[in-house]
Design a protein around this ligand. Structure first.
Ligand SMILES: NC(=O)c1ccc[n+]([C@@H]2O[C@H](COP(=O)([O-])OP(=O)(O)OC[C@H]3O[C@@H](n4cnc5c(N)ncnc54)[C@H](O)[C@@H]3O)[C@@H](O)[C@H]2O)c1
Length: 247
């Protein structure tokens, strides 16, 4: 059955790290539901916007830099108040705890966590005025897996879940929700260095025995950013074909 379109008509959605991979898939999916999409990345993601068409805008946004958030906020006002923020950009180098240096730790924190705080700082006030808003943080199912060399990354991806939970409490009275989505291993350029055997080692642990695609992650994001999900907040939704099971 074809999914209904138009669920996001009238909404302006900002997606970070939208130049490729999961972020690009989310931007395309939101546009497909009639959202106006502000696609952002380290370089303006022109290819993503070309694929969407005139309802999208490509802006440069390094999520670690407050001046970039301020600049995107000011530019976004020419488009309309941002209703939906999807913080997707991520940094995930593998470093064993013995190799991990403070610079890598701080870059991981800045990319994967500061970004969420800064997005709230700039885009929450207009959502409060409109009494409607959605924050979605892209976390990872790795928070529940025994994968070595990722302590810094797992700390941030757990941090996203915690921040969304706390944020949910602070914005609940204004029609604003904050939730996390936890993808499993997903077929993007980020995992290209892994061998097919390594990928299969992971997906063979899933109930659904295939590698996830970026398009597999979009459904949860679309749902959480509609009115249908207005009573769902502070939650973490795992989208990994049934690898990580809670309880
Ligand atoms: N691919 C996976 O297996 C997987 C699994 C679970 C979670 N995730 C999460 O999904 C998100 C997207 O992952 P992906 O696989 O699509 O990655 P990707 O590397 O394919 O794409 C990430 C995008 O983020 C951008 N980016 C990186 N640093 C940035 C910064 N400082 N400011 C702005 N943009 C920046 C990159 O330019 C790139 O376009 C990440 O948060 C990642 O942690 C990925």
């Amino acid at each position: 059955m074809k999914t209904p379109t138009g669920t996001h008509t009238g909404r302006v959605a900002l997606v970070t790290g939208a130049g490729q991979g999961i972020g690009q898939a989310i931007a395309l999916a939101l546009a497909d539901r009639n959202a106006q999409v502000i696609a952002t990345d380290l370089q303006p993601p022109h290819e993503t916007v070309r694929r969407i068409g005139p309802a999208a805008y490509a802006l440069q946004l390094d999520v670690t830099k407050e001046e970039d958030w301020r600049s995107v906020f000011l530019k976004s006002r020419e488009i309309g108040d941002v209703d939906i923020v999807v913080n997707n950009a991520g940094y995930f180098p593998n470093r064993s705890i013995d190799e991990l240096d403070l610079q890598t730790w701080r870059k991981t924190m800045a990319t994967n966590l500061d970004s969420h705080f800064l997005s709230v700082k700039y885009f929450l006030p207009a959502m409060r005025k409109k009494k409607w808003g959605r924050f979605v943080g892209i976390s990872s199912n790795m928070v529940g897996l025994a994968i070595p060399g990722m302590s810094h990354y797992i700390a941030t991806k757990m941090g996203i879940i915690g921040f969304m939970r706390g944020l949910a409490n602070d914005v609940a009275n204004d029609g604003i929700t904050a939730n996390s989505v936890l993808p499993g291993l997903t077929n993007t350029l980020a995992i290209a260095p892994q061998s097919d055997e390594q990928k299969q080692d992971t997906w063979s642990q899933q109930a659904i025995k295939r590698l996830g695609e970026p398009g597999d992650v979009t459904g949860a994001v679309l749902f959480l950013t509609t009115d249908d999900a207005a009573f769902i907040t502070g939650q973490a939704i795992v989208v990994d074909g049934g690898q990580y099971r809670i309880g």
